[in-house]
Write a protein that binds this ligand. Structure first.
Ligand code: SAM
Length: 238
């Protein structure tokens, strides 16, 4: 459970209202991003203060928004490193400030989570080596309803090969959305790809992460508040 304010130091978690930004950022446009030429060029130690020799990021929350699910991953997997990737500058600033505050409020905790501002549709292989990731999360991705904008969807045929590249064998892709049409799109594209298969319903339900996918993230919590529908699908990298 996140403590909101440390009574002694007065340090508190950042407030979202100071970090608002319009909902959509064009993922295909050429924003100015600094990005590493190779994963070894990233200063991982700066992101994870307790990084040990040989340790690397294994979980990636793609389009992490305000970082609620990332914090849950930090709690659930204290010995594994998770990263949130977020394209919107103010939103990624919020997540970075949130993690900084959490580390102060809970000494010794949350050193295993970090956030990067980047375009996950363009730069994944710049940050992750082949077969590095164990889990990728796509929670409530932007639906881009209009047909002309379908190319902006973060799950699409071309990008799936990139996701398969950074995922290790048996690694998992978790997807959750409140938009049924997008869910069908995701399932259709994932199943068309030769390197992914969908988990059975029993496997999906028995995964300890599944129950957290409904409302750990800010978008998920909103769907629960509005009593909306959730569509879950988990895929295995073959
Ligand atoms: N996953 C979060 C949640 O469940 O609360 C946020 C969901 S929000 C609807 C989608 C997020 O993905 C937005 O914060 C958006 O800025 C981010 N996003 C969209 N395209 C992206 C991209 N190409 N790279 C990184 N982040 C992206």
């Amino acid at each position: 459970m996140e403590m909101l304010q440390d009574p002694e130091s007065g340090i508190s978690l950042p407030q979202k209202r100071y970090y608002r930004q319009r909902a959509h950022s064009n993922p295909i446009a050429d924003h100015c991003f600094d990005y590493p030429a190779h994963p070894d060029d990233v200063n991982w130690q700066e992101l994870y203060p307790n990084l040990t020799e040989g340790q690397c990021v294994e979980f990636a929350d793609i389009g992490c928004g305000y970082g609620g699910f990332l914090v849950t991953l930090g709690d659930m997997f204290p010995d594994r490193l998770a990263i949130g990737l977020e394209i919107r500058v103010k939103v990624s600033d919020y997540v970075m400030d949130r993690i900084k505050a959490l580390r102060i409020l809970h000494p010794g905790k949350y050193n295993n989570i970090a956030c990067l501002r980047t375009n996950a549709m363009k730069y994944l292989p710049n940050y992750f080596r082949k077969a590095q990731l164990d889990k990728m999360f796509f929670l409530y991705p932007d639906p881009h309803f209009k047909r002309a904008k379908h190319k902006w969807r973060i799950i699409n045929q071309a990008l799936l090969s990139e996701y398969a590249y950074v995922l290790r064998k048996e690694g998992l892709v978790y997807t959750m959305t409140d938009v049924e049409d997008l869910h069908k799109w995701i399932v259709q594209h994932m199943l068309q790809h030769p390197l992914f298969e969908r988990l059975t319903n029993e496997e999906e339900i028995s995964d300890p992460i599944t129950s957290k996918l409904y409302q750990s993230s800010e978008e998920g919590a909103k769907v629960v508040r509005n009593k909306g529908a959730h569509f879950l699908a988990i895929f295995r990298r073959l």
